[in-house]
Design a protein around this ligand. Structure first.
Ligand SMILES: [Fe+2]
Ligand SMILES: [Fe+2]
Length: 194
């Protein structure tokens, strides 16, 4: 426990991550439930268990910083399907997941490049990013295995469509998040050499 209260922007961001991880666990959990048993459902199950665990890591991180989590209304994921359109088959499910996971990873990577990160935050980011790397990998491999069934061009076009939706949702929903991250960036030294 630290005696000094943490910056409110940091508290908000860690709470935002926590809420997003809970939403991710629910989102991927619903996908796993809708799938037939097999390798993809197996990995999707591990995936949603990881996201639930990540939410717990952020809760624990906030506690170690002497702060409690804020209750936040909407998470990024809540608007995702609405903007991207409901995936109509397994390939589309994996494509939307891939795009989403890349967004999460780049956000965590950006945060982890702050040089004067609190060690507890850094440790939590590092631990979670290890899992997020695997999330991107297993989905990439699963999508590659679908080339013969769906066609490489169709998969590429689907990813492009979801990327566009992702940019759209991010621009609309992450304004506050962005402002707070920018604040933290401005008040810390950045490691731009990475
Ligand atoms: Fe996660
Ligand atoms: Fe993930």
């Amino acid at each position: 426990m630290t005696s000094e209260p943490i910056d409110e922007n940091l508290r908000w961001i860690l709470s935002f991550y926590r809420t997003s991880e809970i939403s991710g666990a629910l989102f991927f959990g619903q996908l796993a439930r809708s799938m037939r048993p097999g390798p993809v459902q197996r990995d999707m199950t591990q995936h949603f268990a990881d996201e639930a665990q990540h939410a717990h890591y952020w809760t624990a991180c906030l506690e170690q910083l002497g702060a409690s989590a804020l209750r936040l209304g909407q998470s990024y994921q809540d608007q995702y399907i609405m903007a991207a359109g409901m995936p109509v088959n397994l390939m589309e499910v994996l494509a939307i997941t891939q795009v989403f996971e890349k967004r999460v990873f780049s956000q965590y990577a950006r945060h982890s490049r702050l040089l004067d990160l609190h060690p507890v935050v850094k440790k939590t980011l590092t631990k979670i990013m290890d899992d997020e790397r695997w999330h991107i990998e297993w989905i990439r491999d699963a999508l590659a295995g679908m080339r013969d069934d769906y066609g490489e061009d169709v998969i590429a076009a689907t990813l492009a469509r979801f990327h566009a939706a992702d940019e759209d949702v991010y621009a609309k929903t992450a304004t506050e998040h962005q402002e707070r991250i920018d604040y933290l960036m401005a008040h810390s030294r950045r490691n731009d050499s990475k």
